[in-house]
Write a protein that binds this ligand. Structure first.
Ligand code: THU
Length: 171
């Protein structure tokens, strides 16, 4: 038996240190929070995607009295992009979250289901990693290498082939 360890990389910075493009996407994610329907949690999440032609697609969390029927902001945006622009690559994704008291000081990490959907979007993109920008008023996290840095040992299309290797073996 052998032990294997993995390295997960992200950049930690303040919004002011980011490029104009990344700041613009954060603004769009903050703006997207306005469309949040979150009467149950009181937690508004906004997501903004930058496509290959620089079009920005926004999404926000949509809750439901039947709780599991709700949907996270990230998946609303990713599915919208997939449905409307199935052939455009997603370059980057920004996420912002707020309560009635304002935006969170630290980033809102995407849930497991959203990470899984991000992986699939990258796969649809021909494997191009999505630059992930997690916004907080005090600190931002930038994950440049894409969803594999958020989701080790992914279940993916390839997993369903008899001789497939996990993505960890392919790294
Ligand atoms: N939420 C998101 O929109 N994205 C995430 O990645 C985490 C959670 C939403 C779902 C729900 O409406 C609220 O935040 C509280 O869980």
């Amino acid at each position: 038996m052998k032990e294997v360890s993995f390295e997960y990389k992200m950049q930690v910075c303040h919004e002011d240190e980011l490029s104009v493009e990344d700041k613009q996407l954060i603004d769009a994610a903050r703006e997207a929070c306005k469309g949040s329907y979150s009467p149950y949690s009181g937690f508004s999440v906004g997501a903004a995607l930058r496509l290959s032609d620089d079009e920005i697609i926004k999404g926000s969390n949509q809750e439901n009295a039947a709780y599991p029927s709700g949907m996270c902001a990230e998946r609303v945006a990713l599915y919208q992009a997939g449905a409307i622009h199935p052939h455009k690559t997603i370059k980057s994704l920004a996420i912002a979250a707020r309560t009635k008291d304002g935006f969170t000081s630290h980033p809102c990490p995407p849930c497991g289901a959203c990470r899984q959907v991000m992986m699939e979007s990258e796969m649809r993109n021909g494997g191009t990693p999505i630059r992930i920008i997690l916004y907080g008023t005090q600190v931002c996290y930038i994950i440049e290498g894409g969803a594999k840095f958020l989701l080790p040992l992914q279940f993916e299309k390839e997993t369903m082939n008899t001789h497939s290797q996990s993505n960890l073996h392919r790294q």
